[in-house]
Design a protein around this ligand. Structure first.
Ligand code: UT7
Length: 336
């Protein structure tokens, strides 16, 4: 699905941003003691030096999401009761019922605001931002809290080196409100998927779910399985394609865009897109070295870091880009 702004409709403004991540650091040197890997290999192949992971006794998707949204509300000068709706993008909800969004809504005092979880893996935050923008533009909702959060450390098999080195935990959140200026907000968006490629990134719960050919996958049942090379090839192409598409369809050049806020999948994937498209360093914020790949938490955390650092301001154009399990990919061109 692709959509451009509906003429005459209201606009949407991001009025607050926040993020949260665990204190606990898992470094490459820690991983060296857990699996057959090395700091050099991880840095060279991914750009990651360390990542944050939750203490599962006290932290999880619920606590990080709640904290990120609370910070976004503070930043906006709003309270939970100002929200009509909360959308939480995650593949690591503690429970399928209730949604984590409902518990977050309760915790921030937003009830009876609507609340639901959205599953689009690493693309989740961009999917949620696009859905929220469209819901506000429909005229039915005035203010929506959007959260992207994953705590993949809770479903990573730390006896397996292929997946365990890549992921970290974090949450990012924005508060979006209706604005009278229809040119503000999401000017162009894509939400896309190719379900035929699902076996390259999946979390099986039962033997029946395991696709043919993957029966001997050493990753334990219930944990994240990934065909790294396949996902890499897909990601490297999609990263370029979605940025090119957003610019071309809107007659824009790289110079028109203040920041490209990108999923932190792998440093080599980011570098490849930067090189192929000619994106300057200062327009692509990178935090994968310190946080790893945080799945649905990545883009929201990046957005918050550039927002809090004052690298983006009212009137700027930014592009959000993400891709991941599903397989899914999404882009969002925003006028702030
Ligand atoms: O967020 C969206 C979803 N995920 C992604 O975007 C991730 C995309 N994929 C990747 O980032 C990369 O594929 C990985 C970082 C997961 C793996 O890097 P790679 O360069 O694709 O490595 P590979 O799987 O092709 O393995 C290369 C070699 C193999 O050894 P041989 O066959 O060449 O002897 C692996 O056995 O590296 C070996 N290897 C490792 N060695 C040390 C694989 N994992 C490790 C490891 N430490 N952790």
């Amino acid at each position: 699905m692709t959509a451009t702004t509906i003429p005459g409709a209201c606009g949407v403004r991001i009025v607050g941003s926040g993020s949260a991540y665990p204190e606990r650091v898992l470094s490459n040197f820690d991983l060296e003691k857990m699996v057959d890997t090395s700091n050099d290999w991880i840095v060279q192949r991914t750009g990651i030096h360390e990542r944050r992971i939750v203490n599962p006794q006290t932290e999880g998707t619920f606590t990080l999401s709640r904290d990120a949204l609370n910070k976004a509300l503070d930043n906006a000068g709003m309270t939970g009761s100002d929200l009509d709706l909360i959308i939480l993008a995650t593949v690591t909800a503690e429970m399928t019922c209730p949604s984590t969004a409902c518990r977050v809504a309760d915790a921030v005092g937003a009830a009876p605001a609507g609340a639901f979880d959205l599953v689009a893996a690493c693309s989740g935050f961009v999917y949620a931002v696009n859905v929220a923008d469209s819901m506000i533009r429909s005229g039915r909702y005035k203010s929506i809290g959007v959260i992207g959060c994953d705590t993949l450390s809770t479903i990573v098999d730390y006896e397996e080196r292929t997946v365990s080195i890549l992921f970290g935990d974090s949450a990012g959140s924005v508060v979006m409100v209706r604005d009278d200026d229809p040119t503000v907000g999401c000017r162009y968006q894509t939400l896309q998927s190719d379900g035929s490629m699902w076996p390259s990134l999946y979390i099986p719960r039962r033997d029946q779910e395991v696709p043919a050919g993957d029966e001997n996958n050493p990753v334990r049942m219930g944990n994240l399985r990934m065909q790294g090379r396949e996902v890499y090839k897909f990601a490297v192409t999609k990263f370029r394609d979605v940025i090119r598409d957003a610019l071309e369809k809107n007659n824009l050049t790289i110079d028109d865009v203040a920041q490209f806020v990108c999923h932190q999948s792998n440093m080599r994937i980011i570098e490849s897109a930067k090189e192929k498209l000619g994106l300057p360093d200062e327009k692509v914020h990178v935090n994968i070295d310190k946080f790893g790949n945080c799945s649905a938490g990545s883009v929201g955390l990046c957005f918050d870091q550039v927002w809090q650092a004052g690298k983006i301001k009212r009137g700027d154009l930014i592009v959000l880009v993400a891709f991941g399990g599903g397989l899914t990919w999404a882009s969002s061109l925003w006028q702030l």
